[in-house]
Design a protein around this ligand. Structure first.
Ligand SMILES: [Zn+2]
Ligand SMILES: [Zn+2]
Ligand SMILES: [Zn+2]
Ligand SMILES: [Zn+2]
Length: 577
């Protein structure tokens, strides 16, 4: 794919002393994501103490897996695996050899309590299948949820409490089935609402109360009507979702959810400045190509990196890295390059599992002078071999491509994966055909469900078996939500779809002045791919462009063939007050 390197990019690369990239942003992104398996877990034994545990690697893979107790203890001596750099062989080859030998942590988890099945999480309490979470309590089946309590099946959710199936939301409380809502309380099945309370099936509302499908009600009528809706019934809820999908086509869609941001492009960003082509970002500055990142400054190509990463490039799953590049799963390091699972260290190069050390190359420690000399020589050799400035090749981690996050955002078939020379893993965990209860045997309303349901094995349309765990059931009861008929994996992938694409298209504002019919005609011309009638929207205020079509263009994650009414910032703000 063609890609452009801008003048600003070149000065960034010069500052970090790296060459301009050879791959396009998407290919670089997929390659990084292929280092991260965050949700394919296996039961196995710790290779050190033999205790049974949950890990990213199954027993039959060659990786040496240690439980956290063993890994963080003095038993782990990373220098035991240290090597002199062999100038007759490529760096990546030597690194990969060492990768299989150095013990790896069963799951990348920091300071979590009573949370056995969590992954890439910090400071969690009583969580289950929380992925990439931070300081959550009692959160189940969640992904990139931060500072939240009592949430189930949510993704990209911040500072929230009692939430179910909420995506791209900040500060929501007692809410379910929300997308792109901020500061809401007791709002359900809604899109792009802010500061609302007691609403159902609504879109584009600001500071409203007692609304159903965008119609206002009195307090008493609202309560009566909500009770009549019977959203505690699975069958009824499915109908309500369909009705909402149909009705909310009338919603105006802001080209991007950029809240208190200046000069940013991408989607779902808060309080950021000059962050380009980035997605799910908070409080970051002067950066480009970031995904799921908080507090970054002067960084390019980062995924899942938090705690103030600065002046860094191509990192994934890191905390507080500065002046670093091409690292994986490392925390609190500076001047650390091409390293993996290193902590609280500085001046590392090609190291694995090195903690609290400095001046190390391939897990061998040097004096400062010889470190500098050797590092320079290795970089020269890497330049000649075309390795310098490239992230670890796909396969370095030992994960099958299909076990990693790369498969979620850049899916490949088994054949495509193999033809690219990437590894594929054909023994995914989980069971099929072991169900003890058929979907039609699950009670329709949550009130009819007995505690014994947690003992049953259910089956999803995808064929995978799944269970309902005790805490999950308690939350469904508390919130009046029927038992989901899909497995956690399908629920997760569905939320990824709702969250939106992580790709930008140049588009024009859909606003065509004051008459809706004119707007519609031009919108039909705009795209050849029409799957049905375009929604119609009649502007309620006069816009800066008067009765002419809006001239504004923007970059949006909504592809041109999508049917939503995508408005520029000015037109959106003129309508949604
Ligand atoms: Zn152990
Ligand atoms: Zn499924
Ligand atoms: Zn416009
Ligand atoms: Zn307009």
């Amino acid at each position: 794919m063609h890609f452009v390197i801008e003048v600003d990019d070149l000065s960034f690369y010069a500052r970090l002393n790296v060459p301009a990239p050879t791959l396009c942003p998407d290919c670089r992104h997929a390659r990084r994501l292929a280092m991260r398996n965050e949700r394919t877990f296996y039961k196995r034994a710790c290779n050190s103490c033999k205790k049974s545990l949950i890990a990213y690697y199954p027993q039959e893979k060659p990786q040496v897996v240690w439980c956290p107790e063993c890994w963080w203890s003095d038993k782990l001596d990373p220098f035991q695996y240290g090597k002199d750099f062999d100038f007759s062989r490529p760096f990546f080859e030597q690194f990969k050899e060492m990768y299989v030998k150095v013990p790896t942590l069963s799951l990348d988890v920091v300071n979590c309590h009573d949370s056995e099945y969590v992954s890439y999480c910090g400071d969690d309490k009583r969580c289950y299948l929380d992925i990439a979470g931070e300081a959550n309590m009692d959160c189940y089946y969640t992904k990139f949820v931060k500072y939240s309590t009592n949430c189930v099946d949510c993704s990209f959710l911040y500072n929230s409490e009692l939430a179910y199936e909420c995506v791209n939301c900040h500060r929501v409380n007692n809410c379910s089935f929300l997308n792109r809502c901020l500061d809401c309380h007791n709002v359900h099945l809604s899109y792009d609402c802010r500061g609302c309370t007691d609403c159902f099936g609504c879109w584009n509302l600001r500071n409203k109360q007692y609304h159903i499908f965008n119609q206002p009600y009195s307090r008493e009528d609202y309560k009566k009507k909500i009770a009549e809706l019977k959203r505690n019934s699975y069958a009824t809820l499915e109908l309500l979702k369909k009705e909402f999908a149909r009705e909310s086509q009338k919603a105006l869609v802001r080209f991007a959810q950029l809240t208190n941001c200046t000069k940013c492009t991408g989607d779902v960003q808060e309080q950021s400045k000059n962050v380009k082509e980035s997605f799910d970002i908070t409080k970051s500055e002067d950066s480009k190509w970031l995904c799921d990142v908080l507090d970054a400054k002067d960084c390019y190509d980062l995924d899942f990196s938090l705690y103030k990463p600065e002046q860094s490039i191509e990192l994934i799953s890191t905390l507080n890295m500065t002046y670093s590049g091409f690292c994986n799963a490392s925390h609190f390091c500076n001047h650390t390059w091409y390293s993996d699972k290193c902590n609280n260290s500085s001046n590392l190069f090609g190291c694995i599992a090195v903690n609290k050390k400095q001046y190390c190359i391939l897990n061998k420690q040097y004096t400062r002078e010889s470190f500098d000399k050797l590092r320079t020589r290795i970089i020269e050799q890497m330049k000649r071999a075309g390795e310098w400035g490239e992230y670890f090749p796909v396969g370095t981690s030992g994960f099958g491509y299909n076990e990693t996050v790369a498969q979620e955002y850049f899916p490949l078939t088994e054949q495509q994966t193999k033809s690219k020379g990437f590894p594929w893993w054909d023994k995914p965990p989980g069971t099929r055909g072991k169900e003890t209860l058929k979907p039609y045997q699950i009670p329709d309303t949550i009130e009819e469900v007995q505690d014994s349901l947690t003992k049953e094995i259910l089956v999803c349309v995808c064929g995978r078996n799944y269970r309902i765990v005790g805490y999950e059931l308690a939350l469904y009861r508390k919130m009046g939500i029927p038992i989901p008929r899909e497995c956690p994996e399908c629920r997760h992938l569905n939320r990824n779809k709702i969250a939106g694409e992580r790709h930008l298209w140049k588009r024009r504002c859909c606003c065509n002045g004051e008459t809706s019919s004119k707007g519609q005609a031009s919108r039909e011309k705009e795209s050849e791919t029409i799957h049905g009638p375009w929604p119609v929207y009649q502007n309620t205020t006069s816009h800066f462009h008067g009765k002419n079509p809006c001239p504004n263009e923007f970059e949006t994650s909504y592809s041109p063939e999508r049917k939503e009414l995508i408005y520029c910032e000015q037109c959106y703000n003129a309508e949604i007050i």
